[in-house]
Design a protein around this ligand. Sequence first.
Ligand code: C2E
Ligand code: CA
Ligand code: CA
Length: 273
Amino acid sequence: MIAAGDLGLLDGFERALINGRLHMVYQPKISLSTGALKRVEALVRWDDPEIGAVSPSRFVPLAEKYGLIDELTQWGLRTTLRQWLAWQDEGIDTCLAFNISALSLDQLDFPDLVERMCRALGVPTEALVLELTEGATQPLVKLMDTLTRFRIKGIGLAIDDFGVGYSTLMQLRQLPFTELKIDRFFINDSTSSNESALIVKCIIELAHGLGLTVTAEGVETEAQLRLLCDLNCDVAQGYLISQPLAPTALKPWLAEWAKRWPDYAGRAPVAAA
Ligand code: C2E
Ligand code: CA
Ligand code: CA
């Protein structure tokens, strides 16, 4: 049964998905020690000719609710893997981060499916990191089994939006994540609130202690970037570095960023929290 409020948007989304009117954009993530491009995060976009741009925060939950999420995930992943090949042809060697709905993890053969898609297109599984937010309906033991299957195949796993949801330290210890992304709420606050800066510092130390790479998302100011460098954060992503980009914009951005990074890298770090 479709809720009345969802009807129009769901209908439009389904048509956009079927008729190839969705597209992906890619946001760079850079190393805070070298400034080099670490990977790009693929983000889906729907610009409807009648209703305008619709945020994925609106239509991804709708796709989850009405059984369209697997189709969206497979289309998005295939598009992203093909884009990786196109960048390789252009001489851009990068890795991919792709958002996975928790519901996809319930699909029994999902790790095999992802591996098959990589193999079929000739993309090494090591070039792919899946970003997961909480909400998995599987019990911990089953989730651990699913995630371990991804890791055996060489696929990386990031825990997304860390700090604002229900992810527990127990999950962090037991599940085979390779990367932790600190939610932008804490990054946003980190240069104006000592408490948030302290939380960021503690999350970085905790994650490093567990052997995880730490990414800060939502970096919008130079002060935030410098604080993160000072706190030994590994990777940064956010509007200061780059907005999500159309595929053809990645190469020009790389040239522009190579000129901008030395300015940031050369400046003295701010005091640690
Ligand atoms: P997310 O995975 O946490 O993605 C980061 C969101 O923050 C993106 O919003 C990005 O455009 C935005 N962002 C990046 N840098 C900054 C910044 O410096 N400041 C601010 N204020 N925002 C920034 P977007 O693209 O609207 O995506 C929203 C959410 O929708 C994503 O959150 C993700 O959970 C979901 N999503 C996006 N694409 C996909 C997809 O292909 N599949 C699935 N399952 N979910 C997706
Ligand atoms: Ca993400
Ligand atoms: Ca996030």
